[in-house]
Design a protein around this ligand. Structure first.
Ligand SMILES: Nc1ncnc2c1ncn2[C@@H]1O[C@H](COP(=O)(O)OP(=O)(O)OP(=O)(O)O)[C@@H](O)[C@H]1O
Length: 312
């Protein structure tokens, strides 16, 4: 059984690991775009988020993983101004962001994707893209859809939307209702919509959920493209193959707290991570093969659960 370590020890270990990585030629030096300290969000007696310290490095693809109910979405909501933290502080590009409303957060260059809700499904693909641009201005929902309300900006916005739709191979769907898109196309639209504001940090909420395997590679390619174009990506995901394939760094949450972080190669066989997914503690140390097998089992269970959710 691994020795219990304090949060401070874990933080020191994670930082040391990152510094080791930074010594390798070709690996960028730590340059955090997002720094989070002591963020707490409680719902009644439940502490949904209690994160003492997290950094997201500029130009990286960072995965935020953890079992259901770990607090990942709640944490995303705090950072992006969609919910108010009980306490804590965070900076984006060195600017304090706590208490900043969602549209200002987006305008500052930190944008999250949203699952296509029922209301958004009834709008066309192009209208969804316009709403993405509207996020930047903090205009009311409907104003973004009224022709003429954008005046000088309207052509510019349509042009950018069309460019992005072509890049994500959704241009032929421009006037279709978003609700008619397949699971994978919806995810592409969510990503394209977020890019309407030309963000520096893109936060993706389960980009692989409900995506047909045929579109998986294309989606992974688009996420890597964001990094290649100089953006930073932070994503919440249950699909461990995606996490392993594209992440530079993985942060693991359980019961509201960050319990481990590191490169995917080491984090996937970290006993604390396995324990968190299984909700169990091991008395005897497991071999690497056993750890890997247990993680796969936990992944399969999660996949089945997500499959059930998306078919509801
Ligand atoms: N608005 C709310 N009111 C009360 N409890 C909430 C609220 N939002 C989240 N919670 C609770 O906070 C905890 C964390 O939930 P959250 O959705 O952030 O987890 P998650 O890691 O995103 O889970 P999943 O992977 O299943 O989406 C859960 O116990 C959840 O029930």
């Amino acid at each position: 059984m691994h020795a219990e370590s304090t949060i401070t020890e874990r933080k020191a270990a994670a930082l040391a690991a990152f510094k080791d990585l930074a010594r390798d030629p070709g690996v960028p030096k730590p340059d955090p775009i997002l720094v989070v300290d002591n963020v707490v969000r409680r719902f009644g007696g439940l502490t949904a988020v209690e994160v003492d310290h997290v950094e997201v490095q500029r130009g990286s693809i960072t995965a935020l993983i953890g079992p259901n109910g770990a607090g990942k979405t709640t944490f995303f909501n705090q950072l992006t101004g969609f919910d108010t933290a009980d306490s804590g502080s965070w900076t984006f590009n060195g600017r304090a962001m706590n208490g900043v409303p969602a549209h200002r957060v987006a305008r500052s260059g930190m944008v999250r994707t949203f699952q296509l809700t029922k209301a958004l499904s009834r709008l066309t693909v192009l209208e969804n893209m316009r709403l993405g641009a509207q996020q930047q201005k903090g205009e009311t929902f409907w104003r973004a859809l009224i022709p003429g309300s954008w005046r000088g900006q309207e052509n510019e916005i349509t042009e950018r939307a069309e460019e992005l739709l072509a890049r994500f191979k959704l241009d032929t769907k421009r006037d279709d209702f978003a609700g008619s898109l397949s699971g994978g196309q919806r995810k592409l639209l969510e990503m394209a919509r977020a890019l309407m504001v030309q963000p520096e940090l893109v936060m993706l909420d389960e980009p692989m959920a409900g995506v047909n395997p045929a579109l998986t590679q294309s989606l992974l390619g688009h996420v890597k493209d964001l990094r290649d174009q100089g953006m930073t990506v932070l994503f919440v995901e249950h699909d461990m193959d995606m996490v392993r394939d594209i992440s530079d760094w993985v942060i693991v949450m359980a019961q509201g707290a960050v319990i481990a972080e590191g490169p995917p190669s080491t984090i996937m066989s970290d006993e604390r991570v396995i324990d968190a997914y299984l909700g169990a503690h091991h008395d005897a140390p497991l071999s690497e093969g056993e750890l890997e097998a247990q993680l796969h089992e936990a992944e399969a269970a999660l996949d089945a659960e997500i499959e059930g959710e998306t078919q509801k």
